[in-house]
Write a protein that binds this ligand. Structure first.
Ligand SMILES: Nc1ncnc2c1ncn2[C@@H]1O[C@H](COP(=O)(O)OP(=O)(O)OP(=O)(O)O)[C@@H](O)[C@H]1O
Ligand SMILES: [Mg+2]
Length: 233
């Protein structure tokens, strides 16, 4: 089943007199549990596409469907609840809450949802990510790689259906990067998490089941290309 689809997705940014066509008419579908890498040069639209697929940025035109429901037909409140419960995000710039410790950051999505934390699961995430001795630290006292790992633990804390990750290994050394990727793959295989990951790293991309290449806002190659299933609206 396709868990996520976009149809004729476009995003323009207007800056003064200039219009930037960041995303030009993209239609793609993602299977549940799929591990997908998005590659492309800087400025090709990778982050913009990821944000629109994840319900974080309104398209200029076109639609995004999560389980056949039009994301941008929801109101802001419904959309933020859906994002919190079903999606996890690892942003290019971590986006940790600076006033909260590493552990509080990881727990945040669970607490916001007023759910009881799954301590065993969280402990496992923390151990795999090697964060057990950093839990009381504020983000400012963590290295870039450590902040990245906190962001990954936070994104997985709610056991999301889809994990959107923008350069999740970008600030990690080779070994840690491979370990983080193994964790993401484990989450995909064990929990059926769909992983959509932007990466510059060809070695990381090659471990994905599918590679989508973006150039100047368009998909120019897609190793897992399939028709977008027809959506009734
Ligand atoms: N908020 C914004 N306002 C104006 N233009 C924007 C905005 N965000 C992105 N753009 C433009 O849209 C295009 C795509 O940007 P995007 O950040 O998606 O690229 P990217 O592929 O993620 O690049 P990178 O690899 O450097 O992260 C770029 O030309 C960028 O300058
Ligand atoms: Mg980007």
């Amino acid at each position: 089943m396709q868990i996520l689809q976009c149809q004729n997705l476009c995003k323009d940014y207007t800056i003064g007199e200039n219009i930037v066509h960041a995303i030009r008419d993209i239609s793609i579908g993602f299977e549940q549990g799929e591990i997908c890498a998005v590659r492309g040069p800087s400025g090709s639209g990778k982050s913009t596409l990821l944000h629109m697929l994840g319900g974080l940025e309104y398209p200029t035109s076109g639609n995004v469907f999560y389980q056949n429901e039009d994301l941008y037909a929801y109101n802001d409140n419904q959309l933020s609840i859906l994002r919190r419960r079903r999606f996890g995000f690892v942003f290019q710039a971590y986006n940790l809450v600076q006033e909260l410790t590493a552990y509080e950051n990881i727990l945040l999505p669970v607490l916001l949802d007023k759910k009881k934390p799954d301590k065993k699961y969280l402990t496992m995430l923390i151990e795999i990510l090697g964060l057990e001795h950093r839990l009381d630290h504020l983000p400012s006292a963590l290295s870039g790689g450590q902040q990245q790992r906190v962001a990954i633990a936070r994104a997985l804390a709610n056991k999301p259906a889809i994990l959107f990750a923008d350069e999740p290994t970008g600030n990690l050394d080779g070994k840690t990067g491979r370990e983080v990727l193994s964790l993401l793959k484990y989450a995909s295989k064990e929990m059926g998490v769909t992983l959509i990951m932007v990466t510059h790293d060809l070695h990381i991309a090659e471990q994905a089941e599918r590679i989508i290449l973006l150039e100047d806002g368009s998909v120019t190659d897609d190793s897992g290309r399939r028709e977008v299933q027809q959506i009734e609206s």
